[in-house]
Write a protein that binds this ligand. Structure first.
Ligand code: ADP
Ligand code: ADP
Length: 230
């Protein structure tokens, strides 16, 4: 089943007196439970695409349908609610709240949405993330890898249908990066979540069910010239 349908998506940014076409007529479908890597050179439009999929910024043209809902036909407030329910974000900057401990940071999206946490699941998640001995620690008391795992916990805590990750392993050493990818794959396998990851890491891309390769704002064929400009 298609969970994401992108049709004719384009995005133009104004940069002073010039304009940049960050995405040009991009179309694709993604099935529920797919693990998708987004690759391409710096400036090819990867972050822009992720922002559009997540309802964070309006496209200049085209459509994004998530679970059959036309994302940008929703009013701003409705889109914000929809996004919180359906989509978990993992950014390279962890964006953890410094005065909240590990457990509180992970629970935050549920609290904001007035939803009851599934305690058993979150407990499992904290264990899987290797954070059980750190659950009362503040972000400042954690290593970079641990902070990234908290950010992943926060994105997975309410089991969103879609997880969007912008270079989640970019700041991690290869062992920690490996673990992060295993966790995301687990989300796909166990909970049939759809995971879309921007990466420069060829090893990660080679493990994905699908690779979306952007070049200068255009989507190349899934198989075309993979690995040339990661
Ligand atoms: P990537 O993630 O592949 O590095 P981006 O999506 O960040 O690519 O950027 C694609 C192009 O759009 C680049 O030329 C970038 O400078 C431009 N761009 C991205 N975001 C903005 C913005 N908020 N305002 C203006 N230009 C932007
Ligand atoms: P990456 O290559 O890792 O995607 P970038 O540095 O290209 O990182 O972009 C990070 C974010 O900064 C983008 O998603 C976009 O929102 C913003 N950005 C990028 N280029 C510009 C720009 N020229 N003007 C304003 N914002 C930008």
């Amino acid at each position: 089943m298609n969970v994401i349908t992108v049709d004719g998506l384009s995005k133009t940014y104004d940069q002073g007196t010039t304009q940049v076409n960050a995405l040009k007529d991009v179309s694709f479908n993604i099935n529920q439970g797919e693990f998708v890597a987004v690759v391409g050179a710096s400036g090819s439009g990867k972050s822009t695409l992720l922002h559009m999929l997540g309802g964070l910024d309006k496209p200049s043209g085209g459509y994004v349908h998530i679970d059959g809902e036309d994302l940008y036909a929703l009013k701003e407030k409705e889109r914000a609610v929809f996004r919180r329910r359906k989509i978990g974000f993992i950014f390279q900057a962890y964006n953890l709240i410094p005065v909240l401990n590990v457990e509180e940071n992970i629970h935050l999206p549920l609290l904001l949405d007035h939803r009851q946490p599934d305690k058993a699941y979150i407990n499992d998640l904290i264990h899987t993330l290797g954070l059980h001995e750190r659950r009362r620690h503040l972000p400042s008391e954690l290593s970079g890898g641990q902070q990234q795992r908290v950010a992943i916990g926060r994105a997975l805590a309410y089991r969103p249908a879609i997880v969007l990750a912008d270079e989640p392993t970019g700041n991690l050493d290869s062992a920690n990066g490996r673990e992060v990818i295993e966790l995301l794959k687990l989300a796909v396998r166990q909970y049939h979540q759809t995971v879309i990851v921007i990466t420069h890491d060829m090893n990660i891309a080679s493990e994905a069910d699908r690779v979306l390769h952007l070049q200068d704002g255009k989507l190349l064929n899934d198989t075309q010239s993979l690995g040339r400009d990661l």
